[in-house]
Design a protein around this ligand. Structure first.
Ligand code: BG6
Length: 296
């Protein structure tokens, strides 16, 4: 049975598991450099806290951990489509990876400062009903003073397939009114607020003073989020689209798993392969998106 071997990992130094009343399992991993926490459901990163720092990630106080609903916060994996399914709105938003039970393959302390964690998910009858392709996806994390996430998709089918991905990070910022995203100046973006797709051009840093839902195109390999107490750096490879999202007041109120005022303390900056940056993979081939998160 998948994940029946979790007890073995619980023997490792700094590794502990907990389970809630819904059978939802989280694993906390601590080494000399940092602490990170994951949900097995969704292979979902919930927190990453380098020593003597605040958590880089944000999770709503109203997040639901019931192995059914996607978790509001941390880093959901949106795959193999982004937002609504392109042709069937009855399929789950943002794909099925974030609402699937992954296998925790291993946790290895590489040294006292560095721990590797690997999750994997293969196609099954359930995924084939939603997306008719054979695949293997793997999410590898390296917990150090920085956090590295490597998301690899392998085509194990007999024909090519095309997919979209978003590593949908929710960052913890003290005060959204004093937060800026740098690195997107002068780039084209698609403004999707209100279901429109207006083409606009970014002027200067991104500041948030209303609902923001934007797909930035041809984005660079380094972005930074400047907030009053610190700067979060996001360094990436093999991703050229970036979504910036903050629901602001009305949308926050409409979401059951999002506190009314919590829009003030979070921002999503999502490393994606969406729009013209979707990936087409031939049989037997793999593609890896790599992201490094750090506080500077
Ligand atoms: C963002 C999208 O990535 O995710 C938004 O750009 C969407 O349009 C948001 O509202 C949250 O989506 P969900 O499915 O987690 O509520």
């Amino acid at each position: 049975m998948q994940n029946s071997h979790l007890q073995e990992f619980a023997q490792l130094d700094g590794v502990s598991f907990s389970k809630n009343e819904h059978g939802h399992i989280t694993v906390k991993i601590e080494n000399a450099s940092a602490t990170a926490e994951f949900s097995i459901f969704g292979a979902h990163l919930l927190s990453f806290t380098p020593k003597n720092q605040e958590d880089l990630f944000w999770v709503s106080k109203k997040a639901i951990f019931n192995n059914t609903k996607a978790i509001r916060g941390g880093m959901p994996i949106c795959w193999p489509w982004f937002n609504a399914h392109p042709s069937d709105s009855t399929k789950p938003a943002h794909g099925f990876a974030r609402i699937s039970e992954w296998e925790l393959v291993h946790i290895t302390h590489l040294d006292e400062n560095k721990t590797e964690v690997i999750f994997k998910l293969n196609d099954s009858e359930k995924t084939q009903a939603l997306w008719p392709h054979a695949f293997g996806i793997q999410l590898k994390f390296i917990i150090n003073s920085k956090l590295e996430a490597r998301f690899t998709v392998t085509n194990t089918d007999t024909k090519a397939f095309t997919y979209a991905t978003a590593l949908h990070s929710y960052f913890n910022v003290q005060d959204i009114s004093k937060t800026q995203v740098l690195g997107l100046d002068a780039l084209n973006y698609i403004n999707t607020v209100g279901g429109t797709r207006a083409k606009e051009v970014q002027q200067g840093p991104v500041s948030i003073s209303q609902e923001v839902d934007r797909i930035y195109l041809d984005t660079p390999t380094t972005l930074t989020i400047k907030s009053p107490s610190r700067t979060i750096a996001i360094a990436s490879k093999n991703t050229q689209t970036t979504v910036v999202w903050n629901p602001w007041i009305e949308k926050a109120k409409s979401m059951a798993d999002f506190g009314d005022d919590e829009y003030k303390e979070m921002i999503c900056v999502e490393n994606c392969n969406i729009e013209h940056d979707q990936v087409t993979l031939d049989t037997g081939l793999s593609h890896t998106m790599i992201i490094k998160f750090s506080a500077i």
